[in-house]
Design a protein around this ligand. Structure first.
Ligand SMILES: [Zn+2]
Length: 253
């Protein structure tokens, strides 16, 4: 039987931490719901961000500067942001921010179909946004599920303004090349390894096609990105960021 969230919060009380959230900006408690995966938990009491959301926020704030210490502090419509997740902590904090766009993916729904202002159905391999639309694109644990990732990265580069940033997280092997789980060169998936599925809020579970490895940096460079990785440090714990890494990929040219 699954333990309810409140039960998990009680069981893991030793791992809860105080700090200031980089998404909502509040002094808060980060609740540990899963001590085996800090990056996906340590949930902010106010905006319900997880550790990796706050790490993505920190990477963005480092680029934006201008004294912004949280996403909730972003001035006016200073930047345009596209996030491939909807109904998450960024959507909650930026719901009245005109420069914020989000999307979902659902089979059978025409790409570009809006379900609310600035939220539409999108296929990352064929986005409906115009060229040079955004300063930031956020994808969190998405690209391992993209059938043709090179197409997805090229699309993100197309919709980013020159000098714009793709900030993303993916499960990653820092000491190995990409592990290809499924051959996607033909029309049908050919499983090379036992299929691995990850949870998805809309679709239940989705297939992981690969675990990226160090060759991803060269692939991104060929597409026109300069990419670095930021690892969380001990000091980041005061911002509720634990055991995570974020890729910061800048459109060049
Ligand atoms: Zn928060």
């Amino acid at each position: 039987m699954k333990t309810p969230k409140l039960g998990k919060a009680v069981l893991n009380y030793r791992h809860h931490r105080f700090g200031r959230c980089t998404v909502c900006g509040k002094l808060t408690i980060f609740f540990c719901l899963d001590k085996e995966s800090f990056r996906n938990t340590m949930i902010c009491l106010f905006c319900r961000s997880a550790s990796r959301n706050r790490h993505v926020a920190k990477a963005m704030l480092g680029i934006i500067g201008e004294g912004c210490s949280s996403i909730a502090d972003l001035p006016g419509s200073a930047v345009t942001i596209y996030n491939t997740a909807m109904d998450d902590c960024f959507s909650r904090v930026l719901r009245n921010y005109n420069g914020y766009f989000s999307s979902y993916y659902k089979d059978g729904v025409a790409p570009g179909t809006e379900i609310s202002p600035r939220t539409s159905c999108q296929n990352i391999e064929a986005l409906t946004y115009a060229d040079n639309s955004f300063d930031f694109v956020i994808t969190e644990d998405v690209f391992e599920h993209v059938r043709h990732p090179e197409k997805g990265f090229r699309e993100i580069r197309r919709v980013l303004r020159p000098g714009g940033y793709h900030i993303f997280t993916v499960p990653f092997h820092f000491d190995r090349p990409t592990l290809v789980r499924v051959d996607t060169t033909g029309d049908e998936d050919v499983h090379l390894l036992p299929p691995e599925y990850h949870g998805d809020p809309l679709r239940g579970t989705i297939l992981a096609y690969r675990t990226f490895g160090i060759d991803m940096f060269a692939q991104l460079n060929d597409i026109g990105f300069e990419t670095r990785v930021e690892f969380s440090s001990f000091a980041d714990r005061t911002s509720g960021i634990f055991d995570s890494s974020v890729f910061v990929s800048r459109r060049i040219g």
